[in-house]
Ligand binder design. Structure first.
Ligand SMILES: *Cc1c(COP(=O)(O)O)cnc(C)c1O
Length: 378
């Protein structure tokens, strides 16, 4: 079965917690006044991605003997860390990314936080890091967004939420850390595409891989991003905005971009996306798009997509659209794909626009949430 629910989707769908069930788990340990209304208004009037953070952050600490504790809502600020903290040497770090939205009636919502909670635990397992209680993950979002509600902009803006966990034990031996910190920080962001869609250009890397068989590609971990930066920099020097990686074993099949999954739309109406091979990160946006298309009678083929076939199909017109997807941009049309031996243009089309429209309408509260994806924070 191509479209059976994944382990993450199944576990996420089983969660029925509501905001009030998980609120108040983090003790308020804030000592400073936050920004005043005028300063927040100024920030919200000129939004950029990930540069300004809200007044508070959630923080808790895990110790080998005690498990998670010291759950607190602190003032946002610098951390104090030993230079021997093992994250700085061996990179035990995982993160998540999601958004909080302000609906027209002023209520605050987020999109499938249970998916992110379950995925964070899947990443933790692969990186030999402790599991988080789903209640703590969801509770951290509820407590922080409620505390810093003034920072959730009007649509199409959102409050970007960044949960992360890292190894903080001061120890240079190579083994899983005996101490970890979990934090949640938040940053108001504007619409990714302020002036309509801008298709991106993609360089297909034949020199580098972001992940390989048995590696950490399916975990949302810092190192995967670190390995994507030099290819990204080299592509940028050639005039390309993003890099697409191929499977590391055969260098034949499309995998994904450094931080976004990819979809291919055929002119006969079929839609395909690379099968989750173990080196691809399972995106929540990818999962939602597969479901939305299934609702409309299109069974997305999760399959191997050989680069050579894709290029030939673009050239023949058999492929009509290619797009990337992820929480930050939702859907990004891909307008050009190139490498040393090809350079093809792809038109921007209906399917990409309609998927973006349907997904953002659910997130905005303008379309019915038939899958129960929206989670009310307040
Ligand atoms: C986060 C991420 C994605 C997109 O995941 P979403 O849940 O849709 O935001 C895709 N690929 C990689 C490598 C990622 O880190």
């Amino acid at each position: 079965m191509a479209n059976e629910a994944s382990a993450i989707e199944t576990a996420a769908a089983a969660l029925t917690l509501r905001a009030d069930d998980v609120a108040g788990r983090f003790e308020v340990a804030s000592t400073k006044p936050g920004r005043n209304e005028a300063d927040i208004a100024q920030i919200l009037a000129d939004l950029k991605f990930g540069t300004v953070f809200t007044d508070h952050m959630v923080h808790m600490t895990w110790r080998l003997q005690d498990g998670w504790g010291e759950c607190r809502l602190e003032d946002y600020g610098d951390l104090s860390l030993s230079p021997a903290a093992s994250v700085l040497h061996y990179g035990q770090e995982i993160f998540e990314g999601l958004k909080a939205y302000r609906h027209a009636d002023g209520s605050l919502w987020t999109f499938r936080p249970g998916f992110n909670a379950v995925r964070m635990n899947a990443s933790a397992r692969r990186m030999a890091m402790p599991q988080l209680e789903v209640e703590d993950f969801l509770g951290s979002i509820v407590d922080l967004v409620r505390a810093d509600a003034a920072y959730v902009p009007e649509l199409p803006g959102a409050l970007y939420l960044r949960p992360f966990m890292f190894a903080s034990e001061a120890f240079l031996g190579v083994r899983p850390s005996h101490r970890f910190e979990y934090l949640l920080i938040a940053s108001p962001v504007g619409a990714y595409f302020a002036n309509g869609f801008t298709p991106v250009s993609i360089w297909v890397s034949r020199t580098y891989h972001r992940a390989g068989p048995g590696g950490t590609g399916a975990a949302k971990t810092a190192g995967n991003y670190a390995s994507s930066l030099l290819p990204q920099q080299e592509a940028a020097a050639k005039g390309f905005e993003q890099v697409c990686f191929l499977d590391a074993r055969d260098e034949v099949n499309l995998e994904e971009l450094g931080g976004m999954n990819v979809f291919v739309v055929y002119s006969d109406g079929r839609v395909a996306t690379p099968r989750l091979t173990g080196s691809i990160l399972e995106g929540g946006t990818r999962s939602a798009i597969i479901q939305l298309l299934a609702d409309g009678g299109i069974a997305v083929e999760q399959t191997a997509i050989p680069l050579s076939e894709l290029i030939a199909d673009i050239e023949s017109g058999a492929v009509s659209e290619v797009f990337a997807c992820g929480t930050a941009a939702v859907v990004t049309p891909i307008g050009r794909l190139a490498s040393d031996d090809f350079d093809v243009s792809v038109p921007f089309g209906e399917m990409t626009a309609s998927i973006h429209e349907r997904l953002t309408a659910i997130q905005a509260g303008d379309a019915e949430d038939t899958h129960g994806w929206m989670f009310r924070i307040s």
